[in-house]
Design a protein around this ligand. Structure first.
Ligand SMILES: NC(=O)c1ccc[n+]([C@@H]2O[C@H](COP(=O)([O-])OP(=O)(O)OC[C@H]3O[C@@H](n4cnc5c(N)ncnc54)[C@H](O)[C@@H]3O)[C@@H](O)[C@H]2O)c1
Length: 493
């Protein structure tokens, strides 16, 4: 049809074809051919034979129209006159550039994402909790708010426990920042732990429900808060339960302790640690009163062995990492909000219910005796230990010098026999106990405990003031009111 119009320029050839097919009438096609033969560009030819605006492509300025590539794969980069930008005028080239731009954008995005992850790694989320926005973070920070000059910021582990709840309340009351952590295990009735937690929350103390073996969580807490001190009271307590569930002692008292020390040693700044060991480390010692300088290599129970192991582990973390560590050997702590697995507690329950209690006797009819220590006295000893603790010397896992390492007995120095303790309970409960005397089984119990507290007196100004008579009176008062309240709430619809 228009073969004679074709030239060696394939680009022009294509444009002629396109325009020729666009033209509607035979007359227009003839004129178009003639003009093209004369060497006019196809676009100009179309413009000349048609009315203005009839063929949009014809109306285009030549400079623009000729810039459209007619042949795929041809490469040509040039300045666009209209916009002043470099314009990609070939498909081949534009596809390369587009790919390049695309991968550049992807790379920039990945880099930005990596930087963001690095910056917030470990503290951005726990499970589904976004640490940047979640109310959980606000609770943590609010709980750690200090309200007195030079106040401490203390992480209290085992805060829903007996001693932990009392220490937390004391610290909060005097204006220190306090954050609790407890796994609320069911070693004894968890509803008592929940009630203690409610008490703490009323005073603005937040208790994180978690296990101290959760390294990521501990790391998160230390990233969120600069704790000056850790009061470590979380543990598997009780001597007899070790024969039933030995793993729980290893889990909390050894693995948990190591996990906690790891978090403390990695923290920057490192906190000073005060933690609960136990009078049970004196084991089968016969020399009384028990002194911190006595040997403690004859534990009578797995519980005692894990506490002794804890003391050795504490030495290691002090020696290698410069952690300031104070261990406290508690002697049979008792009082309001106490532990239901302890004799004074379950004797009270049994006496009130009219049930028989087993009172153990040692060899040759020797009565067992305990250095019962009232909770308020123990709390004072704990707080004095926090207040006198020197700073850790390391930071971020590196030791910078020798650090403080201490061990104190926190006892009452006035042991009372178990039958005498039962008599005091009978008096306050106004009930007679049904007593069954039995020989002490081999379950890890020791015949007596008696603390020498000279060291704590000297260095902590620790002076227990509550005798067993007074302390048990307070306990019985609390026991009655707690149980009448919980009975009432249980009977509520
Ligand atoms: N009460 C005493 O007479 C006595 C005597 C000697 C030593 N101690 C020691 O004092 C500390 C406090 O004892 P307590 O009488 O308050 O006991 P407790 O059982 O009432 O308190 C311990 C708390 O720690 C929590 N816990 C246990 N394992 C945990 C874990 N892995 N992660 C998080 N939380 C965990 C428990 O849920 C509990 O609430 C313990 O270390 C105990 O061994 C107590």
């Amino acid at each position: 049809m228009h073969e004679h119009l074709l030239t060696s320029d394939p680009s022009r050839e294509d444009r002629v074809k396109v325009h020729w097919w666009y033209l509607k009438t035979a007359k227009e096609k003839l004129q178009f051919k003639a003009l093209c033969k004369r060497g006019l560009s196809p676009a100009m030819a179309v413009g000349s034979v048609s009315k203005p605006g009839q063929y949009p492509h014809a109306a285009m300025p030549l400079s623009v129209q000729d810039n459209f590539p007619s042949t795929p794969g041809k490469a040509k980069m040039e300045r666009n006159n209209y916009f002043g930008f470099t314009k990609i005028t070939s498909r081949w080239h534009s596809s390369i550039s587009a790919k390049f731009s695309f991968w550049l954008v992807v790379l920039v995005f990945l880099l930005a994402f990596a930087v963001f992850r690095l910056k917030f790694s470990g503290i951005h989320t726990i499970g589904h909790v976004s640490l940047l926005t979640d109310p959980w973070v606000k609770h943590v920070k609010h709980s750690c708010h200090v309200k007195r000059d030079d106040g401490l910021v203390v992480l209290v582990t085992g805060s829903a426990g007996f001693v932990g709840s009392h220490v937390s309340l004391y610290l909060k009351k005097r204006g220190d920042g306090v954050l609790g952590i407890d796994n609320f295990n069911n070693y004894y009735d968890p509803s008592l732990k929940a009630a203690r937690r409610a008490l703490l929350e009323k005073q603005g103390i937040f208790v994180v429900e978690a296990d101290i073996n959760d390294a990521a969580l501990l790391q998160t807490l230390f990233s969120l808060v600069s704790f000056t001190h850790v009061m470590h009271l979380a543990a598997q307590a009780g001597v007899r339960y070790a024969m039933e569930n030995p793993g729980s002692y290893v889990h909390s008292n050894i693995a948990g302790l190591v996990g906690l020390f790891e978090a403390c040693k990695n923290a920057n700044p490192q906190p000073a640690v005060v933690w609960a060991s136990s009078s049970s480390v004196y084991g089968l010692n016969r020399k009384v009163p028990f002194s911190e300088f006595d040997r403690t290599d004859k534990p009578a129970s797995l519980y005692a062995a894990t506490k002794k192991a804890g003391e050795m582990i504490a030495h290691t973390y002090n020696h290698i990492y410069g952690l300031s560590i104070t261990g406290l050997r508690f002697f049979t702590v008792y009082g309001p909000w106490g532990r239901p697995d302890m004799a004074y507690f379950f004797f009270t329950k049994a006496i009130l219910e009219g049930k028989t209690i087993n009172v153990y006797q040692g060899p040759n009819g020797v009565e067992l005796a305990r250095d019962f220590t009232y909770i308020d006295d123990v709390v004072k000893g704990c707080v004095a230990s926090l207040d006198t603790a020197q700073r850790s010397t390391g930071s971020g896992g590196k030791k910078k010098g020798p650090a403080q390492l201490r061990m104190f007995n926190l006892g009452n120095t006035k042991p009372v026999t178990v039958p005498d303790m039962v008599k005091i309970l009978e008096k306050h409960l106004k009930r007679k106990a049904h007593i069954n005397i039995v020989s002490m089984p081999r379950n890890g119990d020791v015949p007596f405990t008696h603390a020498n507290i000279t060291l704590a007196q000297r260095q902590l100004s620790y002076n227990p003031t509550t005798d067993l008579e007074t302390g048990l009176k307070k306990f019985v008062h609390w026991y009655r009111s707690y149980h009448s309240n919980s009975d009432k709430s249980r009977s509520r619809p």
